[in-house]
Design a protein around this ligand. Structure first.
Ligand code: 8YV
Length: 317
């Protein structure tokens, strides 16, 4: 009998789904009608779990699956998995480390340029026929230059470093904050987020959310100021979203580029309404290249764990 795999999120690469289906009996939890009843009946026979970074898995669900030998996160964020519990159970939790770095950093820069240059408002202006109605150049306000902007990076892990490389190529002076200074990073370390916000033209959030919930609040946005931009490609809950919505509505920051939100897929109306904000539907890793590489890592983690080996990408064992 094939091992039983519980899949909590869709995987968008058909070739990965085909390989999973050829090796395992895959139960697509997100398609089930009565998930609680299904879990009570079938949870005890599951051998492995695949989930997304944002979705993770609750401890309560894992407790109903005593046979599970691996939780393979199809993403890098493990903040939605109870790692302490998994460690205590000697249960490997794997992530797709390194697979999505470049795409997430690319989108961070794309969002920042879009916010500075009002790309979405400009696109709507042309698309809606407004240009023909208002052909004078003053119909759209002047935008803000990205090249040379002071960029403050919050979280100097893989993604933060990749953002720094890209921003440096645009001539941007870079500083960063993190839990501590990194000896292998040449950029300037600023211990306090408030100070980094005060001295940056743009803050780019690349931090893990497990130790940093709500760190970007009204005080930080105030320090960023009316000429400052915020980009978030990490987790929505790094930001106090009500404070951000209020700052955007009041024009107390210049704009934002956001891929992640507190309560996805719900996005506060003030953010949806603003022309200064570029929004994405948590898509930073959503390219064929990255999602294929991530799927390969998930397959490798399942194979290793189910063969009784320690998965190379395990964060807990
Ligand atoms: C993924 C993410 O899109 O890596 C993460 O932690 O949140 C995202 O990049 C998601 O995990 C895909 O399922």
């Amino acid at each position: 009998m094939k091992p039983q795999v519980l899949q909590l999120n869709p995987i968008l690469v058909p070739a990965i789904n085909e390989r999973l289906a050829s090796l395992y009996t895959v139960h697509r939890f997100f398609e089930l009608a009565d998930r609680e009843a299904w879990l009570r009946e079938h949870g005890p026979s599951m051998d492995a779990v695949i989930t997304g970074g944002h979705t993770g898995i609750s401890r309560a669900m894992l407790e109903q699956m005593p046979r599970v030998k691996v939780v393979a996160v199809n993403g890098v964020g493990t903040d939605a998995v109870d790692l302490e519990y998994c460690r205590a159970r000697a249960l490997p939790v794997t992530a797709t480390l390194g697979a999505l770095t470049e795409d997430v950093a690319d989108l961070a820069i794309g969002l920042l340029i879009s916010a500075c240059r009002n790309l979405c408002a400009g696109d709507r202006f042309v698309r809606d026929g407004q240009w023909e109605l208002h052909p004078q150049p003053s119909a759209i306000p002047l935008a803000r230059r990205f090249s040379g902007m002071k960029v403050g990076i919050v979280g100097m892990g893989r993604v933060g470093r990749a953002v720094a490389t890209r921003a440096a190529a645009f001539g941007c002076p870079i500083a960063y904050t993190d839990l501590h200074r990194m000896d292998d990073v040449a950029h300037r370390f600023v211990p306090h987020l408030l100070d980094l916000a005060r001295e940056s033209d743009a803050l780019v959030l690349c931090a893990a959310a497990d130790q940093a919930e709500g760190i970007v609040d009204a005080a930080v946005l105030d320090a960023l100021g009316p000429r400052g931009f915020l980009v978030n490609v990490a987790r929505g809950r790094l930001v106090n979203e009500a404070d951000l919505a209020a700052a955007v509505a009041a024009g107390s920051i210049a704009g934002a580029g956001l891929d992640v939100f507190v309560d996805e897929p719900r996005v506060p109306a003030a953010l949806r309404r603003s022309d200064c904000v570029t929004l994405q539907a948590h898509r930073a890793s959503a390219t064929w290249e990255t999602r294929t590489a991530m799927g390969e890592m998930v397959l490798a983690s399942l194979a290793q764990a189910l063969a009784g080996e320690r998965p190379a990408m395990s964060l807990t064992t």
